[in-house]
Design a protein. Structure first.
Length: 366
């Protein structure tokens, strides 16, 4: 791990949010309270994964609560990532509520379903500060549609929905992805145009390039620069990204063409429905064609052909057309998504009783 600039110590991680894997056993962990991203050697003990088997894991919250010694209402799963070599599943979890919540990274073994805490004591790590993060006392708020019962209930056009007004600092990092030596980091900044995309070279060198982002928000009928990306995936071998926002445009950004410090204008290619929030995105291959899969707070899984995205002109009007064609899968209650292997996508899915499970979705059948 010395080749990646990691040194043994105990990182001061105050919170855990988005996570994603880099090279070898490096896991990137976003800590919004500290306004930093940590690169940690998780030293996954498993060998090389073989085959392309499914993995299912029932009653995630109940089993995590028993493992962590807390109630199920104190288990806050913030993100999920699959180790690219071993296919073990990693969960970033906040144990507890409010300021008393503690950050934990939990490894779920795909061979036996075992739960293990990933130690952050005396591990090889490095840290990259997010230098343009909102201050801890930044008065701005980030509005989210919570996955559970958090937040406040409001009436919108006769429909009851829940919203979560959270400090801007908590949206410093909303999603991350590693591509060929660069960590892409989306979130809010301390700038006037607060929607931001950062590019941090790895190994960390103390430098960061970033761009403020502008999109046309179809359901709002205007150009916007404040709302952060909620989730994104690398596209075109990392030359661009596909990003989604609350209420719910899908936007293409050509990362390879961005000049540091400038405002980047995205190409809105789809609108997935008002009063909805994208929760996660993955891309997968089916019959040699690439597709985008989006989980949502108020819809089933949405499947979009990437070939349709490539040919879609930018949406700049507040009404129809709604952009690229899409299929709405019958699967509901899905929050987190991750590529398990070449044959399956792993989904964190809530059933009718409110219990969550890890389910493998066969890509050939989506």
């Amino acid at each position: 791990m010395g080749d990646y600039g990691l040194k043994v110590g105990t990182p001061d991680i105050r919170s855990v949010g988005p996570i994603t894997f880099g090279p070898d056993d490096v896991l990137f962990v976003a800590d919004n309270q500290s306004a930093a991203v940590f690169a940690i050697d998780v030293a996954d003990p498993a060998g090389e994964a073989v085959g392309s088997s499914p993995f299912d894991f029932d009653n995630v919250d109940t089993r995590l609560a028993a493992f962590l010694g807390c109630g199920t209402d104190e288990v806050g799963i913030r993100d999920m990532a699959v180790h690219p070599r071993t296919h073990n599943v990693y969960l970033s979890v906040m144990r507890g509520r409010g300021d008393a919540a503690l950050p934990v990274i939990v490894r779920v073994g795909v061979d036996d379903g075992s739960l293990r805490e990933v130690s952050c004591a005396d591990v090889a790590f490095a840290a990259a500060p997010i230098t343009n993060a909102p201050a801890e006392d930044d008065p701005r708020l980030n509005i989210e549609l919570p996955e559970g019962s958090e937040g406040e209930e409001i009436d919108v056009g006769g429909r009851k929905i829940r919203i979560w007004r959270r400090p801007a600092r908590t949206a410093t990092v909303t999603d991350m992805s590693y591509v060929d030596g660069t960590l892409l980091v989306a979130g809010m900044s301390n700038e006037e145009f607060s929607s931001n995309l950062r590019r941090i070279a790895f190994p960390f060198s103390g430098t960061m390039d970033d761009n403020s982002l502008e999109i046309f928000h179809v359901s709002h009928g205007k150009w916007e620069t404040a709302a952060p990306i909620k989730t994104f995936v690398p596209y075109e071998d990392g030359q661009s990204i596909l990003a989604s926002y609350t209420c719910t445009p899908v936007v293409h950004f050509p990362v390879a063409e961005l000049a540091a410090g400038t405002k980047a204008t995205g190409r809105t290619v789809a609108e997935l429905g008002a009063m909805n929030q994208p929760l996660d995105m993955v891309s997968f291959t089916q019959d040699d064609d690439e597709y985008l899969l989006v989980s949502n707070s108020n819809h089933g899984l949405i499947k979009i052909a990437c070939s349709d995205i490539d040919g879609q002109s930018g949406l700049t009007e507040p009404q129809a057309p709604v952009g690229v064609p899409r299929e709405v899968e019958s699967l509901t209650g899905v929050s987190r998504l991750a590529n398990l292997n070449g044959s399956y996508v792993l989904a964190l899915q809530k059933d009718d009783r409110g219990e969550r499970h890890l389910r493998s979705l066969k890509t050939a059948a989506l």
